[in-house]
Write a protein that binds this ligand. Structure first.
Ligand code: EPU
Length: 421
C-alpha cells in the first residue's frame, strides 16, 4: 500500500501543466471500438483508469501502442469479442462505456457491471433505457448487462433522459453513431467531455450535432474511419490546482486549460478572495491564503461541478465565516471526506444535502484515508495547508485521475512524498 506524506505550509509558486481530461479519455478510448482504422489520440492522461481501459481494449484484441508519452495509437479493426474481461471491467466506473461502444459496433455486448468510486448509489437505468429505445433487448442481473438486438433490430430513436446523466448521454451517443436513422437525446448532459466525444467521433466521420446543448442529434453513418484527435485539458484537475493555490496561497500559472470551462470554478474561488488572470490557454491564480466564506451548489455543467465539491470544501474549511455547500448531483458525496477533514480540525456540519462549514484559522496534520478520487484530492489540498505532517492513505483512488500529482506539486514547491510500504 502506498501513501502520500505531506508537510504543510508551503505556498505554491511556478507553473503546472494540466493533463488530458480523464472523463473525456475514458469515453473517447472506447469510442475507438467504433472505428475501422487507426486512431491516433493525443493528450491521453497517464492515470490508472486509462491504463485499465487500454488493458481491456488490448485484451479484446485491439492493437495499442504509445507513439510518445500521451500519444496512443489504437486500431480496433480486428476485434471480434463482445465480452470484455470482467475482472478488468470491475476495476473502474467508466468501463460501462464498453456497453454502448460494443452495442454500436456489433449490435450486442456482454459487459460486467462496473466498479470504481462508490461515493453514492450510481444507477445506470438511463443508459439501459437508451439502449432499449435503440432496439436492444436488455438482460440485466446483479453482475452483468447482456445486450442483444431486439426483434425489430437496432435503429435511431428519440430518447428523453429522466435525469441529466453524463454516462447515459455518452453511452447512447456511442451506441447510436453507426445505427440507421436519427437519434435525438433530449435532456442530455452538456459537460465539456460530451462535446469532446462528439468532436472525436465527428473527426472520424460521424454526424453529431448539438453536443454541449441539452439536445444532441446523431445521424447514423455506415462506418467511421481512422484519424488524429487531441483530448481537451482536464477541467477538474485544473480546478483542483486552482483550489490548492487558493487555500495554500501562492502564485501559479496553470497551463493547458480552456478558461471558458473553468468559469464555474474560478467565479466561486474569486468570491472567496483568490485572483485570476485568464490567457488563451492558461490561467494565473494568486492568493494570499486568506479566504472569505461563500455559498456553492453543485449542478451539472455549466454549474459548479460535483467533482469539485470536496476541493472547495477545504477552501471553505479555512475561510473566514460560515459557508454553505449544497450537493445536488450525489447526495452522499460528503461522507467520503468530511469526517477525515474533521480529524484535521475542520468544522463541518452535514444537514441533508448541505454542509455548513465554519472556517478555521488552521488545519492540523493527521493520518487520513481517501475514500474516492476527488475526496482524496481534497485531503491532499488539506495536507498542503495544514500545520505538521498529513499522511493520506488509499491513494490508489487519487491515482485513478491525477497524473503525476506528486511531481507536479513538488515542482510548485510543495513538500509531498509518495511512500511505498
Ligand atoms: N443517474 C441516474 N440514472 C442513470 C445515470 C445517472 O439516476 O442511469 C443519476 C446519478 O445517480 C446522479 C446523476 O444522475 O445523481 C448524474 O450522474 P451521471 O450519470 O452524470 O454520472 P456519471 O456519468 O456516472 C460522470 C463522471 C463523474 C461525475 C459525474 C457528474 C465520468 C466517467 N464520470 O459520472 O466523475 O461525478 O459524471 O458530473 O465521466 C470523477 O471524475 O471523479 C467522477 C466521479
Amino acid at each position: 500500500m502506498a501513501r502520500y506524506e505531506i508537510c504543510g505550509g508551503n505556498p505554491l509558486q511556478g507553473s503546472v501543466t494540466i493533463s488530458g481530461a480523464k472523463n473525456a479519455a475514458v469515453a473517447i478510448l472506447p469510442a475507438a471500438l467504433l472505428v475501422k482504422g487507426k486512431c491516433r489520440v493525443e493528450n491521453v492522461p497517464d492515470i490508472s483508469d486509462v491504463r485499465i481501459l487500454l488493458d481491456i481494449l488490448a485484451d479484446l484484441g485491439a492493437d495499442i501502442r504509445y507513439e510518445a508519452p500521451g500519444v496512443v495509437l489504437l486500431d480496433c479493426t480486428n476485434i471480434v469479442s463482445t465480452h470484455p474481461n470482467p475482472e478488468l471491467v470491475r476495476k473502474m466506473r467508466a468501463s460501462y462505456y464498453l456497453m454502448g461502444a460494443l452495442l454500436g459496433r456489433f449490435h450486442k455486448a456482454n459487459v460486467a457491471l462496473p466498479g470504481g468510486c462508490n461515493f453514492a448509489s450510481r444507477p445506470i437505468d438511463q443508459h439501459i433505457k437508451g439502449f432499449a429505445a435503440l432496439g436492444a433487448d436488455v438482460d440485466e442481473n446483479e453482475d452483468y448487462v447482456n445486450l442483444t438486438p431486439g426483434p425489430g433490430g437496432l435503429q435511431g430513436n428519440r430518447i428523453s433522459l429522466d435525469v441529466v446523466s453524463v454516462g447515459a448521454t455518452v453511452n447512447i451517443m456511442l451506441a447510436a453513431v453507426l445505427l440507421p436513422g436519427q437519434t435525438v437525446i433530449e435532456n442530455a448532459a452538456k459537460e465539456p467531455h460530451i462535446v469532446d466525444l462528439a468532436n472525436f467521433l465527428n473527426t472520424m466521420g460521424a454526424h453529431i450535432s448539438g453536443a454541449g446543448t441539452d439536445t444532441v442529434k446523431i445521424r447514423g453513418v455506415e462506418s467511421l474511419q481512422g484519424g488524429t484527435y487531441g483530448i481537451i485539458p482536464d477541467q477538474i484537475e485544473a480546478g483542483t490546482y486552482l483550489a490548492a493555490v487558493a487555500a495554500a496561497g501562492g502564485n501559479v500559472l496553470v497551463r493547458n486549460v480552456i478558461p471558458k470551462h473553468m468559469e464555474c470554478i474560478t467565479s466561486k474561488l474569486e468570491e472567496m478572495g483568490a485572483k485570476f488572470i485568464n490567457y488563451d490557454d492558461a490561467i494565473r491564480v494568486q492568493s494570499d491564503g486568506r479566504l472569505q466564506h461563500t455559498t456553492v451548489k453543485t449542478r451539472p455543467y455549466p454549474g459548479f461541478p460535483t467533482d469539485m465539491q470536496a476541493q472547495i470544501c477545504v477552501c471553505m474549511a479555512l475561510a473566514e465565516g460560515i459557508s454553505r455547500l449544497t450537493e445536488s448531483v450525489y447526495e452522499t458525496r460528503f461522507f467520503g471526506y468530511c469526517t477525515e477533514l474533521a480529524s484535521m480540525g475542520a468544522d463541518i456540519l452535514i444537514n441533508g444535502k448541505t454542509a455548513i462549514v465554519t472556517g478555521q484559522k488552521q488545519l492540523k496534520g493527521a493520518t487520513v484515508r481517501a475514500h474516492d478520487l476527488r475526496a482524496g484530492a481534497a485531503l491532499v489540498i488539506a495536507g498542503l495547508v495544514a500545520e505538521g505532517t498529513t499522511r493520506v492513505e488509499n491513494i490508489h483512488f487519487i491515482e485513478r485521475g491525477y497524473e503525476r500529482l506528486v511531481e507536479k506539486l513538488t515542482a510548485l514547491g510543495a513538500d509531498i512524498r509518495r511512500i511505498e510500504d
